[in-house]
Design a protein around this ligand. Structure first.
Ligand SMILES: [Fe+2]
Length: 395
């Protein structure tokens, strides 16, 4: 850390006009890898030079790369062209002669898909709980009132950056798992974008049932991750032509438990674990791995299972042509009559897929330009994040 501290010089504090030059800047003694992992980029937004100088003084010993903007407009220009880890902004902003409110600035940053996860620390000399509440409600993450205590500022910033890094690494770890799941799927060249369709179908059914956001997110993730345990199943079994013998079935069935083991270390995936483990259970208790019956089978597992079967039936394979939606519906209904599937859920599912434009609507749910004004910011953010991951791993 000491070595990095000593490299933080005045020339590294940039105005927007210097940004192009800054990208080529070489930091003596700091490799690009060290730089990207160890140094957070902080954007200071304040129209008063002395205030920016004060913050720079407080942070000068830290491993930070500081960018400066005098106005909200300059700040947005930097945010458009630079990855930023934290914003420190004065509540009253200068913006080309007019006053730009910090609340307005926070709202604009949090409304932008690219910048909404950047934490914002607002600094002001305006006292009063009303002011504090209105700033936090506008999207600011923290609030400090002048006179600033340097130690308190540094601690607050370290905490905010630690949280930001945790979010970033969570997203990276999930991207790796999603890529792994995609690799598993691509071993079977026939399935195409089965996971993506499965995710869309499952979320559509969850939405039709009025499930809460966290369940919809779990269903979406489950669409990708449910068969990740097949990474532990050899090709000779996974793609065997003809019947599997009993030993091979044991290996094949183990993909549910292996998948759960792979995803268990990630706490954010806890809601997805029952889907992964129990997506081959049957309503009459004859499924695997736990032989659960009826409502003992988690609802999200039952939802994913119906979507999985429907998608497999309506997709073409080398050994079969694609069934029509009506034929697939009647096969699902037969399985419900046999006692294998939840009859009420089958009935809601069939009603849903019979709706006009159902396929187009469910696929549109994860399109980049999808808009739904009633959707909460949290669900939108997670959905977009997952959609981005899925696009990245599908490249
Ligand atoms: Fe499976």
């Amino acid at each position: 850390m000491d070595r990095i501290e000593t490299t933080l010089k005045q020339e590294e504090i940039h105005s927007p006009s210097q940004l192009g030059q800054e990208r080529r800047l070489f930091l003596p003694g700091v490799s690009p890898l060290t730089e990207s992992l160890g140094r957070a980029t902080i954007l200071l937004v304040d129209h008063v030079a002395i205030n920016r100088q004060l913050i720079k003084g407080i942070l000068k010993a830290g491993p930070y790369r500081l960018l400066e903007a005098r106005t909200a407009a300059e700040a947005f220009a930097i945010l458009d062209s630079e990855p930023v880890d934290l914003i420190i902004a004065e509540l009253i902003m200068g913006d080309g002669g007019r006053t730009y409110g910090g609340q307005e600035f926070c709202t604009a940053v949090k409304a932008n898909r690219r910048t909404r996860l950047i934490p914002i620390l607002i600094i002001t000399s305006v006292q009063g709980i009303d002011n504090e509440v209105s700033v936090l409600e506008s999207g600011a993450d923290e609030f400090l009132i002048k006179p600033l205590q340097p130690a308190a500022v540094r601690t607050r910033i370290r905490t905010m950056l630690r949280n930001k890094r945790a979010i970033d690494s969570l997203e990276e770890a999930e991207t790796i798992l999603f890529a792994l799941a995609q690799t598993v799927e691509q071993r079977d060249k026939e399935t195409g974008n089965h996971c993506q369709r499965l995710a869309s179908l499952s979320v559509a059914l969850g939405t039709a049932l009025g499930l809460p956001e966290e369940d919809l997110v779990a269903l979406y993730r489950g669409g990708y991750l449910h068969d990740i345990g097949k990474i532990a199943v050899p090709d000779s079994i996974l793609f065997k032509r003809g019947e599997l013998n009993e030993e091979e079935w044991v290996v094949m069935r183990s993909h549910t438990i292996k998948g759960e083991e792979i995803c268990r270390p990630m706490r954010s995936l806890a809601p997805v674990l029952p889907i992964i483990r129990n997506h081959h259970e049957k309503w009459d208790g004859s499924g695997y791995p736990d032989g659960l019956a009826g409502e003992q089978i988690p609802l999200l597992s039952r939802i994913l299972q119906l979507s999985d079967i429907y998608d497999a039936l309506t997709s073409r394979r080398s050994y079969k042509s694609a069934y029509s939606p009506e034929a697939a519906i009647s096969m699902l209904q037969k399985e419900a009559e046999q006692g294998w599937r939840d009859p009420e859920l089958v009935s809601v599912f069939c009603e849903m897929v019979r709706q006009p434009n159902f396929v187009a609507n469910s696929a549109a749910l994860f399109a980049p330009d999808y808009e739904d004004e009633s959707e909460t910011a949290e669900l939108r953010s997670m959905r977009e994040s997952l959609a981005r991951m899925s696009r990245e791993v599908l490249k």
